[in-house]
Design a protein around this ligand. Sequence first.
Ligand code: ADP
Ligand code: MG
Length: 144
Amino acid sequence: MQKKTHNLDEFKKTAEKFALGLTPLSDRATVVGLYGDLGAGKTTFVQAVAKALGVTETVNSPTFLIVKSYKLQVKSFKTLVHIDAYRLKSSDELRKLRFADLLADPRNLILVEWADKVTDLLPKDPRQLHFEFVDDQTRKISFS
Ligand code: ADP
Ligand code: MG
């Protein structure tokens, strides 16, 4: 499925709707890979998802921390895990941050920016969101 958003507000609403439509799996964390160039809107999407799920603190890009977790206030998931793989030289670095433990818990919703850098650590069939910059205000989002 594809969606074109024409301004930031529409983009955020799309993220909220996506967030509220997610339901946990029974055997592992829900993993969503976010793909797209710098500035495409990946972090902005995560911020809107976090807000929709009750996170009140500021969600910044975890570029230097790599992994940041937020407690959620909803029934569906307990924790939102925001990962930014941009600075990783190899997926080994994320492996060392105990990614497998995060993946094992069905109560985790894990959103991974630059997911293509850590493909070998992700489940075989992660949800994928591809973001494309069309112009300053317009983004194309492909869901799979
Ligand atoms: P990424 O994480 O993909 O590098 P960001 O989410 O950090 O991108 O977005 C970079 C900049 O673009 C931010 O200043 C943000 O406000 C702006 N931006 C992101 N998404 C949109 C959008 N859908 N419409 C307009 N501006 C956006
Ligand atoms: Mg980002």
